[in-house]
Design a protein around this ligand. Structure first.
Ligand SMILES: [Zn+2]
Length: 200
């Protein structure tokens, strides 16, 4: 059976979402058409506005609507401290943890030569310029504990080396409430190699 071309094209459009195949796209579109046309109109409207209005902060590459994001503009933040993360979602997670008062730099990914993601795609020239300004004292590398995240951390190490900037990596290991016997071997090995002096 041939479907309406408009229906087909909207289903096709939904497939641009990650993890959404033909079946899920169909389900979502049918749901909106059958049960939630107002929701569908709202989605289309907000999505169009967001795609036009949201850009990257010139300083940290986080999503924002102005040239600079609210964190980069804030006088309450410690601008000598930069935490490097892979995605804006990581910023949200760290902000929700409530303990960090520095600023950020978002890579929007990690080094992945096979996928064509090199230093330029990660905006490392922007980061280098920020370091060259001379106000940065410490950089915390908070990339994920994956092979790509580690490779990115190594690259950042080489990039920062010529400057008089302290470079640290977030601690990785045992989660709060985690019992040793349930940890995977890599996490446990890492928590041992990256042990720190006990200070109470
Ligand atoms: Zn910013």
């Amino acid at each position: 059976m041939k479907q309406s071309p408009l229906l087909e094209s909207v289903i096709e459009a939904f497939r641009c979402l990650p993890g959404v195949g033909q079946k899920s796209a169909q389900r979502m579109v049918y749901h909106l058409l059958e049960r939630d046309r107002d929701g569908g109109k709202h989605l289309a409207n907000v999505l169009a506005r967001a795609m036009e209005g949201i850009q990257h902060c010139k300083n940290c590459r986080n999503f924002c609507e102005d040239e600079l994001c609210t964190i980069c503009c804030s006088h309450k933040r410690d601008h000598s401290l930069i935490c490097i993360v892979e995605s804006p979602a990581d910023i949200l997670a760290i902000e929700n943890s409530g303990g960090f008062k520095g600023t950020y730099f978002v890579l929007m990914g990690h080094l992945s030569p096979l996928d064509g993601v090199g230093p330029e795609e990660l905006g490392l020239d922007v980061l280098e310029k920020r370091i060259q300004e001379g106000t940065v004292e410490e950089i915390i590398v908070a990339t994920s504990a994956t092979i790509e995240g580690e490779a990115t951390a190594h690259y950042l190490h080489d990039l920062v080396q010529p400057f008089n900037v302290k470079l640290t990596r977030i601690a990785q290991g045992i989660p709060m409430g985690g019992e040793l016997e349930y940890l995977d071997a890599n996490t446990l090995a890492r928590s041992l190699t990256e042990r720190r002096t006990l200070n109470f």
